[in-house]
Write a protein that binds this ligand. Sequence first.
Ligand SMILES: Nc1ncnc2c1ncn2[C@@H]1O[C@H](COP(=O)(O)OP(=O)(O)OP(=O)(O)O)[C@@H](O)[C@H]1O
Ligand SMILES: [Mg+2]
Length: 254
Amino acid sequence: MAEPFIQVHDLVKTFDTPAGPLNVLRGINLEIQKGEFATIVGPSGSGKTTFLNMLTAVDTPTSGEIVVGGVPITQVPQRKLTKWRARNVGIVFQFFQLLPTLTVLENVMAPMDFANVWKPGERREVAMRLLDRFGIADQAYKTPDMLSGGQQQRVAIARALANNPPLIVGDEPTGNLDRMSAANVFNIFSELAEHGTTVVVVTHDRDLVHGVPRVFELVDGMIGETTLAAAAARRTQELRAMRTRTAIRQGTAH
Ligand SMILES: Nc1ncnc2c1ncn2[C@@H]1O[C@H](COP(=O)(O)OP(=O)(O)OP(=O)(O)O)[C@@H](O)[C@H]1O
Ligand SMILES: [Mg+2]
């Protein structure tokens, strides 16, 4: 079998805080194959964003190794990582993060300047094709504020794909969308994965995770592959325990 596209070995991230060291990731190990669609679930504050920041080389781990597409990004010097990221990773955020003064088309073209994947003369056409693929070519000359949330997120996905990266990462990309738009975004991710893009998405949306082939759960700084039912059962148990603790504190436990 081919080498996994993503390999994470013993990944540890500790933040120094005024209250002392905070061990957010305590030794993460996982492998994701090329063209897989994986989601990461877990309680708020469990370190999901921290993990994505390591995977996209936005932040560096305390220890451990990450290899993406054969590149050991935890060993590459910081000055080379910016270019690596521009060519290899498309990131989609919860609040879209489109540049408000640029048109939709200019937003999609913006990452192309830096990565130099497309010749200057090709860039507009590539961007228009991406917008067309997501059904928003007619919005190209508007500014993002004139679009609906779902449309803005499709622009953000087009921008993430601008340099045709092998990896797409999303941090709660449907957190700010209605059900239809959210399902649409997940359909786009599934299609991308079918065509060989590796997709890693952090989400709270358990309805959408149904149908996603791989689910990882981040709890207490460790990650495990899970089934949705098991993750949901654990969450119900935690909530019950939390309610009991609150009831005891309030002296209302029976
Ligand atoms: N730069 C930092 N310095 C210190 N602590 C940090 C830093 N970044 C994150 N943390 C802490 O690390 C923990 C994990 O944060 P993170 O944002 O990764 O959680 P998350 O799982 O993405 O949560 P959410 O679901 O709410 O987005 C939190 O306790 C957070 O306060
Ligand atoms: Mg987060």
